[in-house]
Write a protein of this length. Structure first.
Ligand code: HEM
Length: 621
């Protein structure tokens, strides 16, 4: 008879091997294994085998056999019991290790003196954020102070809402915080985009891209302005349909389509009308980008067991992601091929072409020029035509480094338009319209400025929209109250002390711009919509790091100028031709979602009416 091995016994068999030597001769073992087998016992020897006259040899033999069998059985049970004990011991060790794994990171913040809510084993405080981040951020800061923390799964996060500390982290001590939080689940082409790149690769790609987003490029005739104008024409036609119907409608959706048309045109060299052409494959695939959420089952598993991400992320089937990635990759690669075959004069002047031009040029920017928000990129002219051996970015001489972008990186940057520019721009446009609808006196003031603008100019461009000071104040105040980039992060690269707070290597610093923008310490009556907060004098009297809609420092939003141009061009046309009116469907206050970006949760419903300004033809933009 063979005993069955449980998987666990197989695991413990080396222990029984040691015991094999101690087994009685009757408990035989088969070669190569240690389990006792039920082979007949060898003949008894010595005194114990002498015949007993009272029982007779047969009874005696039987007795001996039974005894030996019982002994063998008992010994077997002991071995089995030893196996069970080992099983239990290992199970206990496993549970102890699991418990240790589930709680061991949760002393880091306390050891740094950073106050935080009590974390749950494995999950930390992640369940605080099930409904979004903005409210929990406010609550955490209220309860634990302007520098406090929480655990996102096992990751310690330090919330910093102190403008002095932020200046240090984002600008002065940038080298200790050069990267964003690592997202290991990101795959190509998103992982190749500037948002996700790290260290030297980020620096190289950003140095190449910065000149493409410069004000010189924005104002260069025939690049961005005509492309945005074409998308604005479509927007006006679509809005006109709602004006004629007199119905309340979701203007956020219309701006989503407009932002998509701009991205398709500027980033992918493709003309679409996403409002009327939902079946367009570009629109169809691009819409999948905004469906990301933290609380997908796999994301939760990855937050709890982050070491599983790298081996598993490629193995877990994700048809939608794979389709989306291959669509955008082949789309961009096809265009690159077409452009390379065209003579230079016939190539469409869009952002994709600017990136392709970079392949043959040497134009790039140095780290000190990366700060778009503080206009650092405008202060130092970009270099051109550096010779081999010289660093074209004006940094200290070092071995020749190729300032090139691979095809994958070019695809990554095109996808970046969708990632960074779609929701941010469309939400900003929608909340400006919402605020104008519920503040008609501000809307009238804005319309007066716009009418005055069109008395002097035929159409908006990068330079003349800078004249629209009230529009600028309205957009700035809208971005204060509803900043789409309401939270952004930096990884702590090495142990560092900032303004007396110790930040451990590996922690994440999170900047709660949503809280900062409504902090009563910097903003009197913070809930009120007051564009006058952004007059030149008011701005000069405030801490500059209390307002961060586009971030700050070398890693600030590279697309800021493009976003501002797109937003102002669209709004100038909207308020020239239409007035916005709150309807019974307009939700006041606005319902917000705040997972990846901050924006309207269930759309922005308003009514729209045509103005009698002479600009009757909606396609006349
Ligand atoms: C209203 C519109 C926009 C807002 C509010 C916005 C806001 C932001 C914020 C807050 C950040 C993080 C900055 C930091 O970490 O310091 C950021 C980063 C970034 N944004 Fe924007 N953004 C907008 C539009 C755009 C557009 C249209 C693009 C187009 C390409 C873009 C490209 C980027 C990129 C590439 C980064 C990462 C920069 C880097 O890591 O080097 N953004 N944006």
């Amino acid at each position: 008879m063979e005993t069955k091995e449980s998987p666990f016994q197989m695991y413990t068999s080396h222990k029984t091997t040691v015991n094999c030597k101690q087994q009685t001769p009757s408990l035989t073992t088969k070669p190569g294994r240690c389990h006792p087998s039920w082979d007949p016992p060898p003949a008894p020897t010595g005194a114990a085998s002498a015949a007993d006259p009272r029982r007779g040899p047969t009874t005696h033999t039987k007795y001996m056999q039974v005894t030996e069998t019982a002994m063998d059985f008992l010994k077997m049970i002991t071995v089995e019991n030893q196996g069970t004990s080992v099983t239990i011991a290992l199970l206990l060790i496993f549970l102890a290790l699991l418990y240790w794994y589930s709680v061991f990171p949760y002393s880091i913040l306390a050891r740094c003196g950073i106050r935080h809510p009590k974390p749950l084993p494995f999950f930390g405080n992640m369940f605080l954020f099930r409904q979004g981040f903005i409210e929990p951020h406010n609550q955490l800061i209220k309860q634990y102070g302007r520098v406090c923390g929480y655990y996102l799964g096992r990751r310690p996060v330090v919330l910093v809402a102190d403008p002095d500390m932020l200046k240090q982290i984002l600008v002065k001590d940038f080298s200790s915080f050069p990267n964003r939080m690592t997202i290991k689940a990101a795959t190509k082409p998103i992982s190749e985009s500037l948002l996700m790149l790290k260290d030297e690769r980020w620096k190289r790609v950003r140095s190449i891209l910065t000149p493409s987003f410069s004000s010189a490029k924005m104002r260069e005739a025939g690049i961005m302005v005509p492309l945005i104008n074409a998308a604005t024409e479509t927007l006006m036609r679509n809005l006109n349909v709602y004006a004629e119907s007199g119905r309340s409608f979701d203007i956020h959706r219309c701006f989503g389509c407009f932002a998509m048309d701009v991205i398709a045109s500027v980033g992918f060299g493709t003309q679409v009308d996403s409002q009327n052409n939902l079946d367009d494959p570009f629109v169809h695939h691009a819409q999948k980008f905004s469906s990301f959420t933290f609380f997908r089952p796999f994301m939760v598993v990855f937050i709890v067991f982050p070491f599983l991400i790298s081996p598993l992320v490629g193995l877990i089937p994700n048809k939608s992601r794979d389709e989306m990635n291959s669509f955008f990759t082949s789309c961009v690669k096809k265009i690159i091929k077409q452009r390379d075959e065209q003579p230079p004069s016939q190539r469409r002047r869009d952002f994709l072409q600017l990136m392709l031009d970079v392949r043959s040029g040497q134009e790039c920017a140095a780290l000190e020029q990366f700060d778009v928000v503080n206009q650092a990129d405008e202060q130092v002219p970009s270099h051109r035509g550096a010779t081999a051996g010289e660093d074209p970015c004006g940094e200290a001489p070092r071995p020749v480094q190729k300032r090139m972008m691979t095809e994958d990186e070019i695809v990554g940057q095109a996808v970046l338009f969708l990632l960074a520019g779609y929701e941010t721009s469309s939400s900003t446009l929608a909340v400006v319209c919402y605020l104008m609808a519920i503040h008609p006196e501000c809307q009238e003031k804005l319309q007066r400025e716009v009418d005055d603008f069109f008395s002097r100019h035929d159409s908006p461009d990068y330079d003349n929209v800078q004249e629209l000071k009230y529009l600028e104040m309205v957009v700035s105040e809208a971005l204060r109250l509803y900043p789409p980039g309401f939270r952004f992060a930096r990884q702590v690269e090495r142990d560092v002390t900032v303004n007396g707070v110790f930040l451990p290597k590996g922690a994440t610093v999170e900047i709660p711009a949503g809280f900062l923008h409504r902090d009563p310490e910097h903003w009197p009556d913070p809930e009120r919509f007051l564009p006058e907060r952004f007059t030149a004098e008011a701005k000069a009297s405030r801490h500059p790091f209390a307002y961060l809609p586009f971030g700050a420092g070398p890693r600030s939003c590279v697309g800021m100028r493009l976003a501002q141009l797109e937003i102002r061009m669209a709004l100038v046309h909207v308020f020239r031709q239409f007035s916005l009116v709150a309807s019974s469907e307009t939700k006041v206050p606005l319902e917000l979602k705040s997972s990846v970006t901050l924006g309207p949760k269930n759309g922005v419903f308003v009514r729209i009416t045509r103005r009698g300004t002479g600009a009757e033809d909606p396609s006349q933009v």
